[in-house]
Write a protein that binds this ligand. Structure first.
Ligand code: NI
Length: 255
């Protein structure tokens, strides 16, 4: 039993074969797929998918690369979408991304904090994107993260940062990059963190794990991430699956 805690099967790359993708996920042992929204439009698509597929759940949120489109009324709209639909289980994907530009960092931080507020109001967990923005992320979570729980998806920080996050109650999500040859410090982080704070994810269609690297990623491939974690921890895939699945059920309030 596995859960993909961060997927984007609403992406147009799945337009022609989404039914098969979901069927393959079930065959691979997935019991749930949490599809994060990256814009209001994508969040609406994610909700539509929860109505079509029993194993799909949704996050609503605006990704830092999509904040150009955010309007003041969108925060209330996100809250409304989340409250109206039982299968919305998170605010996400939200966060900071300074990879391409830091010029709009003040706007990014503001939109991120506003979405953290929505999560706090609704008592929903968050799925956080952090790319090249570790310092500002930690500052914001320390200052604004009280009363909020969630995961740092596609974790890419140091072992020390992981320790701080774990102390603050956050979960860490791992996906394809853990299986890459240039994974650098990530295997070291995964080797030492408490397993009860680890979540598995794909971030599909991006970041396909080895041996599928370079192809379109899909939820079924979360099993390769589970295998890699098992290898690093010297445990069985079954044990890793059981623990991380329970973590996901706990965090997202599912059963
Ligand atoms: Ni994502």
């Amino acid at each position: 039993m596995l859960i993909d805690t961060h997927a984007h099967i609403d992406d147009e790359k799945f337009e022609s074969d989404r039914d098969e993708v979901v069927a393959r996920a079930k065959e691979a042992g997935l019991i749930k797929i949490i599809n994060m929204g990256d814009s209001i439009a994508s969040s609406r698509r994610a909700i539509a998918l929860t109505e079509k597929y029993d194993i799909v759940y949704a996050g609503v949120g605006v990704h830092p690369e999509m904040i150009g489109e955010v309007q003041e009324s969108d925060y209330a709209l996100m809250a409304e979408l989340a409250e109206k639909h039982d299968k919305v289980v998170a605010i996400g994907e939200i966060g900071l991304d300074y990879h391409y530009t830091k010029d709009n960092s003040e706007i990014q931080k503001n939109v991120f904090i506003r979405q953290l507020d929505v999560a706090r109001q609704l008592n929903l967990p968050v799925s956080i994107h952090d790319r090249d923005a570790h310092g500002d992320l930690m500052t914001i979570l320390k200052r604004e993260g009280q009363g909020i729980r969630g995961t740092i998806h596609c974790y890419s920080g140091s072992a020390e940062m992981a320790k701080d996050l774990l102390k603050m109650g956050w979960y860490l999500g791992v996906d394809g990059p853990l299986t890459f040859k240039n994974a650098a410090k990530l295997p070291e982080v995964i080797a030492t963190i408490p397993l009860e704070r680890l979540l598995l994810e794909t971030d599909c269609p991006y970041l396909a794990p080895v041996p599928k690297r370079g192809t379109r990623n899909e939820p079924a491939y979360v099993s390769y991430v589970a295998q890699k974690v098992a290898e690093i921890r010297g445990m069985s895939v079954t044990e890793i699956s059981e623990i991380t699945t329970q973590n996901a059920l706990d965090l997202f309030g599912l059963n």
